[in-house]
Design a protein around this ligand. Structure first.
Ligand code: ADP
Ligand code: MG
Length: 448
């Protein structure tokens, strides 16, 4: 690279901002630095092995494109995990401050929620990476961290896991975990008892404030007013704030605009319903936790048929195990299929039938295309997206293997299918338009 490589690297990064969402940029790129010892090969310092893996597996095309545009060449890149040399703010935070006298029990954290037992997959890896960054660098990386997503997808788990990890690192840390209702009730009670001073001391002096389900603050004017001050005071001294919600701040009705803009001012990440692989991994983890042995075949069967959030998935697994043990039955693929057959309607998204031809016809008709357009060789823009949606639905919803999908789609290679499925999963997490299309396509399929 020509002179002043660091500056050139900044330009490469700047250029990437056009290709990825803001959250993705912050998580995967913003902390990288170019090592001055780079010579020919670019040695890029990254904050963790997790970031390195994701850069390698997903972002190389984007990085290479940007290097080509900015540097006019694509030099080889070597990522080095080196948190000390990455680009974080070097502010002193209260997290380095001397110990408080604080009873950890006050934090209300449930020790069962840990980073270790949080299963990471495409549906939640952004939120997971953001949480890791907060643990490494609380108060300065992303403040507030705003985690949103539907019910049962792991928001509370992840938020508390950050608390538990930080508590492990610094046992005297003052951490408060509460729901927004608890915050409100505490506040109202403090007014009634003329103890607002105590309330303020409690909430405005903690090092880490975790408020779960912040959407319930909607329409509570005086609580919002109070929370605004709590928030500002904590943020002002680099205390970390993490909030969860079932929706983005701009969709929370009757939320003061100044609060909405504060909530959006850090990093917002979402968690989606887990994809098939993550569902299998979650089921496996829950079996391990409960020390129950269930074969992979059966876990995959359940994951393929119950397309829902982690909470419901865990509930279903337990029901299946219990119903079998009540009947003194052994868990076999046949008995599980029978159970699922009788109980399948309870899952929130009905799985589609595995008639792949019908599915393909349905997808083509939704997009006003012919099935042969999807299976054919043409790669026009109008065909690529529907084709990827077909790959995704056949894989995720119908449980068809990559090779088989390749055959169905006119003899495509299984790596092409894998790439297509991953691409769609990726864009689905940040592109509301794709999410909407997927829902509509699935609805369309369920009517044919
Ligand atoms: P939410 O707060 O989003 O409604 P929770 O955090 O309460 O969801 O998660 C519901 C249940 O599912 C909890 O028992 C939690 O431990 C489990 N769970 C959710 N996501 C995961 C995951 N990625 N790995 C392991 N367990 C998970
Ligand atoms: Mg929750």
């Amino acid at each position: 690279m020509v002179d002043n490589p660091q500056k050139q690297w900044s330009k490469v990064l700047e250029n990437i901002k056009d290709s990825v969402s803001g959250s993705n940029y912050k998580i995967w790129f913003s902390q990288t630095t170019l090592d001055p010892t780079s010579n020919g090969t670019l040695i890029v310092n990254v904050p963790s092995a997790f970031v390195k893996d994701n850069l390698l597996s997903k972002y190389m095309p984007i990085l290479e494109k940007s290097m080509l545009e900015v540097l006019g060449e694509v030099p080889p890149v070597d990522f080095r995990v080196n948190p000390a040399k990455t680009n974080k703010q070097e502010e002193e935070t209260i997290f380095n401050a001397p110990a408080h006298t604080f009873n950890p029990a006050m934090s209300n954290l449930n020790p069962k929620y840990t980073m270790q037992n949080f299963v990471v997959g495409l549906s939640n890896n952004l939120a997971y990476a953001a949480s890791q960054a907060v643990i490494q660098n609380p108060g300065t990386s992303y403040n507030p961290l705003f985690i949103y997503g539907g019910t049962g997808v792991g928001k509370t788990h992840l938020m508390q896991a950050v608390g538990n990890a930080l508590l492990e690192k610094s046992p005297n840390l003052k951490i408060i975990y509460c729901s927004s209702e608890k915050y409100m009730n505490d506040f109202i009670e403090s007014i009634q008892n003329k103890k607002t001073g105590d309330f303020r001391t409690k909430y405005r002096t903690c090092d880490l404030l975790l408020v779960d389900d912040i959407q319930f603050i909607s329409g509570r004017d005086s609580t919002q007013e109070e929370f605004f001050h709590t928030f500002n005071e904590l943020q002002g001294k680099n205390s970390q704030i993490i909030l969860t919600s079932d929706r983005v701040p701009s969709d929370i009705q009757k939320l003061e605009p100044r609060l909405a803009s504060r909530f959006q001012g850090g990093l917002m990440v979402d968690i989606q319903i887990p994809d098939r692989d993550t569902r299998v991994a979650i089921l496996r983890a829950k079996c391990q936790e409960k020390r129950t042995n269930v074969s992979d075949e059966i876990l995959e069967l359940i994951a393929e048929n119950i397309i829902t959030n982690a909470r419901e998935l865990e509930g279903k697994l337990m029901q299946i195990i219990q119903s079998h043990s009540l009947l003194g039955q052994e868990l076999t693929a046949e008995s599980v299929v029978k159970y699922l057959g009788a109980n399948i309607s309870v899952s929130i998204n009905k799985p589609l039938s595995i008639d792949s031809k019908k599915v393909l016809n349905g997808i083509a008709s939704y997009f006003n295309l012919k099935t042969s357009d999807l299976t054919g060789p043409r790669r026009n823009k109008e065909l690529v997206n529907p084709r990827q949606i077909a790959m995704y639905i056949l894989y995720e919803e119908c449980g068809v293997a990559f090779e088989k999908i390749g055959d169905i789609l006119g003899g495509r290679d299984h790596t092409t299918i894998m790439h297509g499925v991953n691409k769609l999963k990726e864009s689905q997490t940040r592109d509301r338009e794709i999410q909407r299309t997927l829902i509509e396509v699935k609805q369309h399929l369920s009517t044919i």
